[in-house]
Design a protein around this ligand. Structure first.
Ligand code: AMP
Length: 543
């Protein structure tokens, strides 16, 4: 056995901020604050304040591996905590403020959080959950001193006081790269939420992978605006990838409407952004209505749920913004695949190129995937056979925090709960969440495919396809549609729109128009809610 003779240097998150300071010290971080103004500073300032905060955390009694929670928007203070908490060896637990307060308290207790840092927007949540959180000793409001609330039901510390009362004299400690760095709970539509506990090593490897040219292709020439929240799987890793590459960061705070985002894109010369399809819908509705174009944005990452083909077309053909359709999950840090083209696709006409981009994409190096049938046997990569999608890799969970839910792996592979095809070029396409699949007469119908077709209709703002019970076919698809404002379309016109696009037996049985479709805490359509709502729905084919 001959070992290599290279240095053993642990892969630590603190190295990212040291690097950004040293090599990109004057690169800006621009944040829209809860205070209402735009704040700017540089990586040098970020590093200094992160060191001050690391000293402050020690003074609050936070030790190695203690969990420190946040309830916060994307902003510079949240970024400081990303580095101060993980860099000092504690564990950053980002909580999704859109969860129900009961769930937030449950998660904080399960994680045994020692302190919770929050944006003032979330003071009502803090006041509601504080009496139920058993382990939290310190509640810290991330706000300027003069904006601190005069009274509160909870005894609060001021973030800026903490920073100002500590020096920046701090050496980032060196420790085992396999120690925990951060914690995210899955949305947990069934059962209790489960914690994905990332390590320094898994985070750094994931960061390298997402910055690659065929992933998000990030560089020191980019200006990155993560719309995806820092409480949703670490904003898909962008807060780490920006310091690794030296990209400028623009943080939108809580103002995620089309107008506010557009203004930031233009004012700060944003080149790349990332978010779920529902956010882009808001932005595109605004630009379409106002006749605006993007002057600097050249690509955007869309994931979290399937990107409708109509959105890819609009972004690319009208706005000249390349769509990077990506797939992943909390359990995967989160990025697994990105739909970037290969050389052989470049000469294809736009429609065929977009057909490739509609798929969820190729794995980034480090992730291994396969699809299996009901018997567990591997299925061919022919773009047709579909089955359970399994993954493995150094940034994929091997078990949940505190062993919740038992061993999640199947022979060393993590079952994603998604159903997918993989084609001969390695492009994976999700046909459904396994529990959303519609089973009609023993055949599976892809709800995502039907939704994509519906969304391509000019009158449709949002569409969800769910299974409803059928005496003969077991289940049949029902299309639930939100129309665009002032748009007109009938049930018959929508059903006719499916003809020739899918097999006749896959066309939905009926259409219902609704005011809105319920969305979950991470912007995904809540099909469980819709299925409940339409549980007793009588299809015309049954009546
Ligand atoms: P979460 O852990 O909340 O990020 O949810 C992960 C799940 O979101 C995946 O297992 C997929 O079901 C879904 N998802 C993420 N990205 C995509 C995508 N690009 N297309 C379709 N589904 C997606």
């Amino acid at each position: 056995m001959l070992h290599g003779l290279m240095m053993q240097m642990p892969l630590l998150i603190s190295a990212l901020i040291k690097h950004a300071d040293r090599h990109h010290g004057d690169t800006e971080i621009v944040s829209r604050r809860v205070e209402g103004d735009i704040h700017r500073y540089t990586y040098r300032h970020l590093h200094r304040r992160a060191r001050q905060m690391a000293n402050a955390l020690a003074s609050l009694g936070i030790r190695m591996s203690d969990r420190v929670a946040t309830l916060a928007w994307n902003g510079y203070r949240h970024l400081e905590l990303y580095y101060a908490v993980s860099g000092s060896g504690a564990v950053l637990h980002t909580i999704n403020p859109r969860l129900h307060p009961e769930q937030i308290a449950w998660i904080a207790n399960h994680a045994e959080d020692r302190a919770l840092f929050f944006d003032l927007t979330f003071l009502p949540i803090v006041e509601a959950v504080a009496p139920h959180c058993r382990s939290i000793r310190h509640w810290v409001a991330m706000i300027d001193k003069e904006k601190m609330p005069a009274t509160s039901k909870v005894s609060l510390l001021c973030y800026e006081d903490l920073i100002n009362s500590h020096s920046d004299d701090y050496e980032w400690p060196e420790f085992d790269e396999n120690l925990a760095s951060s914690l995210c709970y899955t949305s947990g539509t069934t059962g209790n939420p489960k914690g994905a506990l990332y390590s320094h090593r898994s985070t750094i490897l994931h960061t390298y992978a997402i910055a690659l040219p065929d992933s998000l292709s990030l560089s020191a020439r980019d200006v990155v605006l993560p719309v995806v929240p820092m409480f949703h799987v670490n904003a898909w890793g962008l807060p780490y990838a920006a310091t690794m590459t030296g990209a400028k960061m623009v943080m939108p705070g809580g103002q995620l409407d089309g107008k506010s985002l557009y203004e930031l894109f233009e004012q700060e010369r944003v080149t790349v952004s990332a978010g779920v399809p529902t956010v882009w819908q808001g932005l595109l509705a605004y630009t379409e209505a106002s006749g605006l174009k993007f002057s600097t944005m050249n690509r955007t990452v869309i994931g979290g749920s399937a990107c409708p083909p109509a959105m890819i077309k609009l972004f690319q053909e009208k706005y000249g913004v390349q769509v990077l359709h990506a797939w992943g999950m909390t359990e995967m840090s989160p990025v697994g695949t990105v739909a970037t083209l290969k050389a052989k696709h470049l000469a294809l006409p736009p429609q065929q190129r977009e057909a490739v981009q509609q798929k969820q994409g190729r794995v980034v190096f480090g992730v291994d995937m396969k699809i299996v049938g009901d018997d567990g046997g591997e299925l061919p990569w022919d773009g047709k056979a579909f089955g359970d999608l399994l993954v493995r890799g150094p940034w994929v969970v091997r078990e949940y925090f505190k062993g919740e839910g038992g061993n999640p792996l199947r022979n060393g592979w993590f079952p994603t709960g998604d159903v997918a095809t993989i084609d001969a070029d390695g492009y994976m396409q999700i046909t459904d969440r396994s529990k959303d699949v519609i089973k009609s007469g023993g055949e599976w119908i892809s709800s995502i495919e039907l939704e994509n077709i519906a969304m391509a209709h000019p009158a449709v703002a949002m569409a969800a396809c769910i299974a409803v019970k059928h005496p003969k076919w077991d289940e049949r698809p029902l299309l639930v549609v939100v129309k665009k404002p002032n748009a007109q379309v009938t049930r018959e016109e929508l059903l006719a729109h499916f003809e020739g696009k899918v097999a006749k037996w896959q066309i939905p049985d009926d259409v219902v128009f609704v005011e809105s479709i319920p969305l979950g805490a991470t912007g995904k359509m809540l099909k469980t809610k819709l299925r409940e709502q339409f549980r007793d729905y009588k299809l015309p084919s049954v009546a």
